[in-house]
Design a protein around this ligand. Structure first.
Ligand code: 5AD
Ligand code: SF4
Length: 427
């Protein structure tokens, strides 16, 4: 999401005559797009700001701005604390950046952290940054109103709002014509996408379908789904279109009903498992990945065991795993006790990571001997004689270079597997 937001910022500023630089030392303005999801993310931003301080000493004319969630969350606090920042802009203020930069030019500090109920940047054509020319992100909604008790997003990104489907379809068409072959539709909870214009109502499965029919050679992915909103209609839509990728990221967070309830996730372990069953029965080759938080308030050893059991039962292909990190302002910070000791969190996370390592490895070994259609993304970092790309399940495959070019499809047979990569040969 932040990556996609940076592309919107780049578009707004290039439209005003600014130019993006690949060299930090060459830049007149540095804008840091920040994440607040865990304390660790904010710590990294603080460290980066210290480095920028040394750059500013050498070049006092350098403008430094803080963008995104941490800007929204801390407002003027970091500006006062750091005495380094010239500009602070929250995630709904990017249209105002040219004006804010002009204010900095006139010698003042500039700040705008007003959240909006309707800003979706729908009309802004993102400037693709760091692109491989093959896959692109398209933001389809902003904000979140689920208020999971541990999560800072509803406070940092504001109300949920969906983007006009016509603008999403137009952007998808444009990038296809430019040669891109994969779009990932982004939102905090894409399943609750909805748009109503007069008589016409568009929900997420309909939007997905409209993009899938643009061209069979365009792969469509999406992230992230909230399990409570994953509908039978969505599963049917994915099953009906081969170019909607067989990969669903469905964050479970915990395998214990007590913890899920405390997290305010609004589903039970049993309901989650039912959804998995529905996916597997209708899309048998679908990869399923997840997010897990360990050590949430009051989590017992029994709760932790239930998470491990659920992971085994689902056999996730991939997972992002985190220690609980208390975030200011959230329901959990205000009402619950962050009472799982650090060493226990650490040990539980280790057990979760070790188990997932085994599950990912088993998932990859199941693919040995299989043939997948792979979208070539480029040459492998390790060897310029190897291509890498992904299959529909979002697994990375590495294989000797073929006559096809990046952006083209090739069938690859898997010969070897590690827990992270499949190694194969084009056939
Ligand atoms: N502590 C740890 N992990 C968190 N996440 C969100 N908030 C927190 C927090 N306070 C994780 C969730 C979410 C992912 C994006 O980040 O697993 O799905
Ligand atoms: Fe945070 Fe929950 Fe919204 Fe995801 S759904 S962004 S975890 S509040």
């Amino acid at each position: 999401m932040n990556f996609s937001d940076s592309e919107i910022v780049a578009s707004i500023l290039t439209g005003e005559g600014f130019e993006a630089s690949n060299d930090l030392l060459d830049a007149d303005i540095i804008l840091v797009n920040t994440c607040s999801i865990r304390e660790h993310a904010e710590d990294r931003v603080r460290k980066r700001l210290h480095y920028f301080r040394s750059l500013k000493k050498k070049n006092p004319g350098l403008t430094i701005g803080l963008l995104g969630c941490m800007a929204e969350r801390t407002k003027t606090a970091l500006m006062e604390e750091e005495q380094l920042l010239d500009l602070v802009a929250g995630p709904d203020s990017y249209r105002h950046l040219p004006g804010l930069l002009a204010k900095v030019d006139s010698g003042q500090k500039a700040i705008d952290t007003i959240l909006s109920a309707d800003e979706t940047y729908a009309d802004i054509n993102p400037v693709r940054l760091d692109t491989n020319g093959v896959s692109a992100f398209i933001s389809i909604m902003r904000g979140c109103e689920n208020f999971c008790s541990y999560c800072v997003v509803p406070y940092a990104r504001g109300q949920e709002r969906s983007r006009d489907p016509l603008s999403v379809i137009r952007e998808s068409k444009d990038i296809f014509l430019q040669g891109y072959r994969e779009v990932t539709l982004l939102g905090q909870n894409v399943n609750s996408y909805h748009w109503k214009d007069g008589k016409e109502a568009v929900n997420f499965p309909l939007l997905l379908e409209r993009i899938a029919v643009l061209d069979r050679r365009l792969r469509v992915r999406f992230a992230t789904s909230h399990p409570k909103d994953l509908s039978p209609e969505l599963i049917r839509t994915i099953a009906a279109y081969p170019n909607i990728c067989r990969a669903i990221h469905l964050p479970v967070q915990s395998g214990s009903n007590l913890v899920l309830d405390k997290m305010n996730r609004k589903y039970t372990r049993e309901e989650y498992l039912e959804k998995i069953k529905a996916i597997r029965s209708q899309i048998p080759d679908c990869a399923i990945s997840t997010d897990i938080i360990t050590g949430f308030c009051d989590e017992t050893e029994e709760d932790h065991k239930q998470t491990l059991e659920l992971m085994k039962e689902v056999a996730f292909d991939y997972a992002f795993m985190f220690k609980y990190s208390e975030r200011p302002q959230t329901i959990a910070a205000d009402h619950y006790n962050d009472n799982v000791p650090a060493n226990v969190k650490e040990r539980r996370l280790r057990e979760i990571i070790d188990l997932q390592h085994e599950l990912s490895s088993a998932s990859n070994h199941r693919d040995l001997g299989e043939t997948f259609e792979v979208l070539i993304e480029g040459t492998s970092k390790r060897s310029d004689k190897q291509y890498f790309g992904r299959n529909s399940q979002n697994k990375v495959l590495v294989f000797p270079i073929t006559r096809q070019k990046p952006g083209e499809y090739v069938n690859v047979k898997v010969k070897r597997a590690t827990s992270a990569t499949l190694i194969g040969e084009a056939i």
